[in-house]
Design a binder for this molecule. Structure first.
Ligand code: PGA
Length: 253
């Protein structure tokens, strides 16, 4: 079993097109020839044409932070997967905790988005994670199981190669943007819970091959301890991905 690690940059609502282009131009030479891990950048949709053009032909993939579950329609302010793929997005985050927290995304919506992503062939990174009160109340395991079960409802019958494209990101909400990182042991424990739930839902083989990333205050100082764990298949990086040097240091953990 070998799962290639994925190091992903979640730029959230940062950067203009000019700033995004400057990042990519500086970043590509720093990671040229790096084949050990997959690298992907997730900018705002308005930056996608710039970033995909700048990264074209390189070892850096480009994805979006969100997509609508409908193919098209009267959804003011939303973006469809067809639109996103047409400007070069090959991956998409789904159900990031900020979407759940500020935009009322439920497990049901996450599930609908996953179905659309799998149908259209964009690589989905499904984000799960407990809030602090849930961890302190000893509910981490049940929260993670509920989120995974909800996200994966109705996908059991899909082809093995379709299921194999799914990536999960475990992001404890209390660690996002707070500077508090889960210890490698905490992350590994959570990943094992998630992998066991995937095995229950989709079978041991799919679970053994599914990549589970860790996210939440990953930086150059802690990336190695986290990413060296066999159970941790890479990182989803917010704040520390905004500068070429610091993101490169994480990519080369
Ligand atoms: P952070 O964000 O690295 O700034 O904690 C991670 C994320 O939200 O994906």
């Amino acid at each position: 079993m070998s799962r290639k690690k994925l190091i992903a940059a979640n730029w959230k609502m940062y950067k203009t097109p000019a700033e995004a282009k400057a990042f990519v131009d500086a970043f590509l030479p720093l990671v040229a020839g790096h084949t050990r891990d997959e690298i992907a950048i997730f900018p705002s949709p308005v930056l996608l044409p710039t970033v995909t053009a700048a990264a074209k032909g390189s070892n850096v993939a480009v994805g979006c932070q969100n997509m609508h579950f409908a193919e098209e329609g009267a959804y003011t302010g939303e973006t469809s997967v067809r639109q996103l793929m047409a400007v070069g997005a090959t991956h998409t985050l789904i159900g990031h905790s900020e979407r759940r927290q500020y935009f009322a995304e439920t497990d049901e919506i996450v599930n609908k988005k996953l179905h659309t992503a799998l149908k259209r062939g964009i690589v989905p990174i499904v984000c799960v994670g407990e809030v602090l009160a849930e961890r302190e109340a000893g509910k981490t395991e049940s929260v993670l199981r509920t989120q995974v079960t909800g996200a994966f409802a109705g996908i059991q019958g899909l082809a093995a190669e379709v299921l194999a494209s799914i990536v999960i990101a475990y992001e404890p909400v209390w660690a996002i943007g707070t500077g508090k990182t889960a210890t490698p042991e905490m992350a590994v424990d959570a990943h094992k819970i998630i992998r066991a739930e995937v095995a229950r839902l989709l079978g041991a083989n799919v679970a053994a091959n599914m990549r589970i990333l860790y996210g939440g205050s990953v930086k150059s100082e802690n990336a190695n301890a986290l990413c060296c764990q066999e159970e941790i298949d890479g990182a989803l990086v917010g704040g520390a991905s905004l500068k070429p040097d610091s993101f490169t240091a994480i990519v080369k953990y």
